[in-house]
Design a protein around this ligand. Structure first.
Ligand code: FDA
Length: 391
C-alpha cells in the first residue's frame, strides 16, 4: 500500500494533523493500536473535555526550550479551534477564566475530529499495531501485522506515558531513539501527590474536602483548590504544582491565601482575649479542617496565652505548611508526561526532525507540556496543524 502520509496515533494531535493534511490533498492513513480513537479526549475534563483555553500563551507551557511552542501556538490559536467547534454546532461553556468545556460530552470533540478526517479523505485505521518503521529511499516503510505501507512522511502522534490502561506506550520515544534523536527524561505531570503514612493518617478524616489554597514548589505558585483524598492530595492546585515539583523537594501550602493570619490573630487577641485559634479557623476554613489542625498542633489555649511569637508560629503553620510528599501517583493517573522528544531536534515551524527529513513528532510525545486548563489540547491541535500543513 502506498500513501503520502502515515500518522501513528489517532489521538488529539494525530487526528488534527490528519484532517489538515487531508484537506491539502495528501493521501493520509492514521494507524492506532487502540480500539477507539481519541480515548484521552473521551476521558478528559471529567468527560466534558476542556478542549482549549482562550488565555493560552507560551507562558503556560513547560519545556527545556520554552520558545519552541511559540510559532505553532501563534499560527493556530485557541480561537481557531473554537471556530471549528462552533462550525460543528458543539455547545460549550467557559468554566474558569478562559477554560472552554463541551456543554454536552467529550465525545462531541472526537466525533468532530473523525468527521473532519472523513471530509478531508483521511483514513483512520484502529486496532493496528505498528511492528516496524524503516527509512527507505525517498520515504518510509511502515510494517503492521497485516500490511506493509510506503509513505513519503511519517508523523509520530503516540502521546505520552500517562494512563497505560488507555493504550499509552513509549513507542514515540523509541522511534525517536531509533533515528538517533535525543529524548529528554520523562516524568508524570499534572498528577496527585501521595503522602507518608503518618501525614496520610492525620489527613484521612478530610477526604473529599476541597478548599482554596496557594501551593508553591520549584519556584512556581498556583492559587487554586486543593482536594484532600483517601490517597493524598489532589485538586487543581496540586496537579498544577506537581509539574514543577521534584522528588525530595518540599511543597509549601498556604491554607488561607490572601489573609495575613498573624495580623488577624493579633487583632483577635486584643478584641477577644478568651477566643481560640479554632474560633478563628471556623470563620475561614471548614470546621472539620480547623479541628484536625488544632488537634494536630495543640492549639487549644485562649489567644491571650499566646505570646507574639506563638501567634507567628500559628500563622506560619497555616500559611507556610511545608509538606514532603512521599511522591506522586505516577503515570497511572497523571494527565500528562513531562519531557520527551527534545525540541532541539525538531523544526518549530513544521515539527519535522531536522536530522531525519520526513519524520515528524507532534502532541504530547514532544517535550512541550501545558499547565492544567485546556493548554495541553491546544498544543495537540496547534502542533498537529503545523505538521499537517507541511507533510
Ligand atoms: P493522545 O494520548 O491523545 O493520543 C495518542 C494516541 O496514540 C492514542 O490513541 C494511543 O492509542 C496511540 N498510541 C500510543 N502508542 C501507540 C502505538 N505503539 N501504536 C499505535 N498507536 C499508539 N488536556 C487538556 O487540555 N484538557 C483536559 O481537559 C485534559 N484532561 C485530561 C484528563 C485525563 C484523565 C488525562 C489522562 C489527560 C487529560 N488531558 C487534558 C491531557 C490530554 O489528554 C493530552 O495532552 C492529549 O490527549 C495529548 O494528545 P496526543 O494526541 O499527543 O496524545
Amino acid at each position: 500500500m502506498q500513501v503520502d502520509v502515515v500518522i501513528i496515533g489517532a489521538g488529539a494531535a494525530g487526528l488534527m494533523c490528519a484532517a489538515t493534511a487531508g484537506y491539502r490533498g495528501r493521501r493520509v492513513l492514521v494507524l492506532d493500536h487502540a480500539r477507539k480513537a481519541g480515548q484521552k479526549i473521551l476521558m478528559s475534563g471529567g468527560g466534558r473535555c476542556n478542549f482549549t483555553n482562550l488565555n493560552s500563551t507560551p507562558n503556560q507551557f513547560l519545556s527545556a526550550n520554552p520558545r519552541f511552542c511559540i510559532s505553532a501556538l501563534k499560527r493556530y490559536p485557541p480561537q481557531a479551534f473554537l471556530e471549528l467547534v462552533e462550525r460543528h454546532g458543539i455547545e460549550h461553556v467557559e468554566k474558569a477564566a478562559g477554560q472552554l468545556f463541551c456543554a454536552g460530552k467529550a465525545k462531541d470533540i472526537v466525533d468532530m475530529l473523525l468527521t473532519e478526517c472523513e471530509w478531508a479523505g483521511a483514513e483512520v485505521q484502529m486496532k493496528t499495531a505498528v511492528k516496524a518503521l524503516e527509512a527507505i529511499d525517498g520515504g518510509y516503510r511502515v510494517t503492521t501485522a497485516d500490511d506493509t505501507i510506503s509513505a513519503d512522511s511519517v508523523v509520530i502522534a503516540t502521546g505520552g506515558l500517562s494512563i497505560p490502561t488507555m493504550g499509552a506506550t513509549p513507542f514515540g520515544y523509541e522511534i525517536a531513539r531509533q533515528f538517533g534523536l535525543e529524548v529528554l527524561p520523562t516524568r508524570a505531570g499534572l498528577v496527585p501527590f501521595t503522602l507518608h503514612p503518618d501525614l496520610k493518617e492525620r489527613l484521612a478524616p478530610l477526604a473529599g474536602m476541597s478548599i482554596p489554597v496557594a501551593a508553591t514548589a520549584g519556584g512556581m505558585r498556583f492559587e487554586e483548590p486543593l482536594l484532600f483524598t483517601h490517597r493524598g492530595l489532589s485538586g487543581p492546585a496540586m496537579l498544577q504544582i506537581s509539574s514543577f515539583w521534584q522528588p525530595g523537594e518540599p511543597l509549601v501550602i498556604d491554607l488561607l491565601p490572601g489573609r495575613d493570619v498573624a495580623a488577624d490573630l493579633t487583632e483577635r487577641r486584643a478584641a477577644r482575649p478568651q477566643g481560640t485559634v479554632l474560633q478563628y479557623l471556623d470563620d475561614h476554613l471548614p470546621r472539620r479542617l480547623g479541628r484536625v489542625l488544632c488537634d494536630w498542633h495543640g492549639w487549644s489555649r485562649p489567644l491571650q496565652e499566646y505570646p507574639q511569637s506563638g501567634l507567628q508560629a500559628v500563622a506560619e503553620a497555616l500559611q507556610q505548611w511545608t509538606i514532603h510528599p512521599a511522591g506522586t501517583e505516577g503515570y497511572r493517573t497523571a494527565e500528562v508526561t513531562l519531557g520527551g522528544v527534545d525540541t532541539r531536534e525538531l523544526s518549530s515551524q513544521t515539527m519535522e526532525a531536522q536530522r531525519q527529513p520526513g519524520l515528524f513528532f507532534i502532541g504530547e510525545v514532544v517535550d512541550v507540556t501545558g499547565h492544567l486548563g485546556g493548554h495541553n489540547f491546544q498544543w495537540a491541535w496547534a502542533s498537529g496543524v503545523a505538521a499537517g500543513q507541511s507533510v
